[in-house]
Design a protein around this ligand. Sequence first.
Ligand SMILES: [Zn+2]
Length: 547
Amino acid sequence: MADITIFQARTIVTMNPSAPKATHVAVRDGRILGVGALSDLQGWGDYELNTQFADMTLMPGFVEGHAHAMEGTLWRHVYCGFFDRMDPNGKVWDGLKTLDDVLDRLKQAEAELTDPDAPLTGFQLDPIYMDNITVTRHDLDQVSATRPIGILHASGHILNVNTKALELAGMMRTGLNHPGIELGADGMSIGVLKSPEVYMPVGPIIGLDRAATDADEPGLRDFAKLCVRTGTTTVTDLASRLDDNAVEMMLRVTGEPTFPARVVPLKFFMGHTPEELISITLEHKKKSTDQLRLGRIKVIADGSIQGFSARLRWPGYHNGAPNGLWYIAPEQLSEIYHRALEADICVHTHTNGDQATDLALDMLSPALTAHPRPDHRFTLQHCQLADPAQFRRMKSLGMCVNLFANHHFYWGDEHYRLTVGPERAERMNACRTALDNDVPMTIHSDAPVTPLAPLFTAWCAVNRITASGRVQGEAEKISVEEALQAVTLGAAYTLHLDGEIGSIEVGKHADFAVLDADPTTCDPTTLKDIGVWGTVQGGRIFAAADL
Ligand SMILES: [Zn+2]
């Protein structure tokens, strides 16, 4: 049997400007030997011609620069989201439009539990779509007063719990004093826990075993199914605790011959001193493999805009909500930056609000003066409210940005009406401004916050249509080519992987998204509707239909 496979496609979109389109790609040992016409490739020797994609389009496998593998684990729990959504097995769950709908689905799931002490866990709740109501422990007590219940919000930044969960966590008492714990008239928590710092200790009590941030083994496998279904061949796990057992598990699972994605986990900063964080990350870096890329850090500076926990500059929230929460002290962020630059470790920093973006820029500037590091690729994640001056500062500091394009669709209307008002909503997630200022840019889903689907993410950045159908921010639209670049080479660049993945050209990994149509020639408003047959990853074929 020949050790070269030549895949034939209707079109191959290479993302390599010197040979943008082709019909054949030759693969050996999981890597690309050449791309072009069949006659260009025959000189490499004996080959097997694979024509199964002859009617399809190949693109570089999509690279998701901001997602969380915990989505795989969450799907074993009760879906409480507002929008219809596909699970790892391809089943589409109906969105729930009212709190009563949510409570009904929870009651149904509760009735099916046989162990009276088992926790009931839900995910993807988002009360902002329900007139921004506050869901309290009393609401969830209607589902059960005797078993612990926890419902993670879509933002991932807030956990709703019932009274039993608070009891088991030792939190049904007065005197709790934390900005992330809202108290009722009785001086007790109302069951809304804001920020992972506050809710992580409650995670195991309500059934989120790995403290809510990590995928477990079946979860990681399920998450990989979502990757195949969406054409994604490299995916970040952007805030992983990465304890020893988790690293061992991830190395083992991603190393299996049938595991279909390259995973890039970033070590979550919480729970460690900056010094520990760097030494753990340096140890992880040594264990890195082709399919599991270790050795990066994720820091979170603030919360979420739709949860009103992001840090905004003046004039703050449009509806008058108090400013959000800091997740890190300036001194701690500064020390992480200094030490990481010294150790040549890349740090990605979540900043939703513009005040948080300022903090990151203010802390990085002196750290870079102390430890100059060319090509550091420190990346601001989300960075939703950045204004042009902040993009210019990113450029001058050599930073990359990963903008939350999906927000235009999912929360654009709420941002316009409620959180930041029309003017700032129009320019949120400013892809055009980033590119015009020459800041290396990618766009993301933040799955599970919004669904993993790079073609949908590209559609969001190109069309900027909100859930109600309005175009929001005409001036920040980017072209289809720019959006496709963002979800391939753009994301690869933020991970220092652009020399290996993100385009179809000689020497790179044979990672392809197999599509029903060519995104570069379709109507841009239909980008999100292009069918994904599956992927080729490292030369191995994965059909979504066979998962
Ligand atoms: Zn995230």
